[in-house]
Design a protein around this ligand. Sequence first.
Ligand SMILES: *Cc1c(COP(=O)(O)O)cnc(C)c1O
Length: 404
Amino acid sequence: MEKACKGWETLNADNFRDLNPGDRVLMGPGPSDVPARTLQAIAAPCIGHLDPYFLAIMNETQILLRALFQTDNELTIPVSGTGSAGMETCFVNLVEPGDEVAVCVNGVFGTRMADIVKRIGGKLIRIDAEWGTAVDPEAVRQAIKGKAPKVIAVVHAETSTGVCQPLDDLARISHDAGALFLVDAVTSLGGMPVPIDELKIDAVYSGTQKCISGPPGLSPVTFGPAAVKAMERRETPVVSWYLDLSMVRDYWGSERKYHHTAPINMIYGLREALRLIAEEGLSNRHARHRLNHRALVAGIEAMGLAMLVPEAIRLPMLNAVRIPQGVDDLTVRKALLKDYGIEIGGGLGQFAGKVWRIGLMGQSCRPKNVFLLLAALETVLSAQGYRSQPGALAAAAAVYDEAC
Ligand SMILES: *Cc1c(COP(=O)(O)O)cnc(C)c1O
């Protein structure tokens, strides 16, 4: 008689239904809506990671990634893992135990960078700025005075607050100090310019599920010449075997040496997402993000709601809106999801229960979603007894009209 496998006598396959997540409008801090073409690409046959067809797909993906990053950096690859894996890749490859590393912290993701630096034995120089504000370059200059940080790291688009960090001064300060400049572009890439070669940003990581509108699971990373040199001059091995770029690059480079099995179908998906960006044009895509952001803000403010972040440092793709007095955060978000299929994000850390985070990322960044969100929010708020001022849709429409 066949030996029973533990637990399987009681397992009834009929209890597990076919997948059917239903329709959603993803307007939170990521993931964003994934276009049908990208989902279809993922469903293409899985082939070997050394199959000549797949190797050609890898090359094309790298060409498209360099175009998106606006860089000539040879070492430009999608790391197998989400944005946080890209973050970790940058730090573990550039930092050795005992190295001084300056990290700017004005939200969740700066905090995560600081955590990683400590875990890998770096000497953290932490520069804090109030959440909801940008980091003052002068504070960085002061913090590194008399020190020799190997890396200065900052988040370009702080998704937890909606703040856009200006990079020019920080790039200059880093290079004047002889440090590598490391930038988190998880949320900015694909939605606004990330001037990598222009500012000589040495290392950048991103993620696929924000303004690139792929599913989560890959983290595009690019290393410039100085970062590659720093990697090659290391005295100690990279603390992570999986994320060690000196080995990973031998697979993505001409040697095609096996390191780990590439997530084949995810790379199909990324390539398709990048092809869609190439068809749209990068500057058109950036302009689309700015326009829909302006229309959303016009509608939000017309309703009588307030934005968290001052206009000059607002991100286009992540809009933090203050929750009005007497309105319950979770009730509103639950109603948006249940009644309209709309997902928005809640606040994090000190902004929990205080703000909503409305994403306009990649495929989700469209006029119809702006109107849908404004109308739905108005209705849901009214059910909560909050009377918003009329005219939100007209205010948004006026922004689009003016742009025509
Ligand atoms: C989402 C995000 C990350 C982390 O990405 P995961 O894909 O969730 O691991 C890092 N930095 C920023 C700015 C992000 O928005």
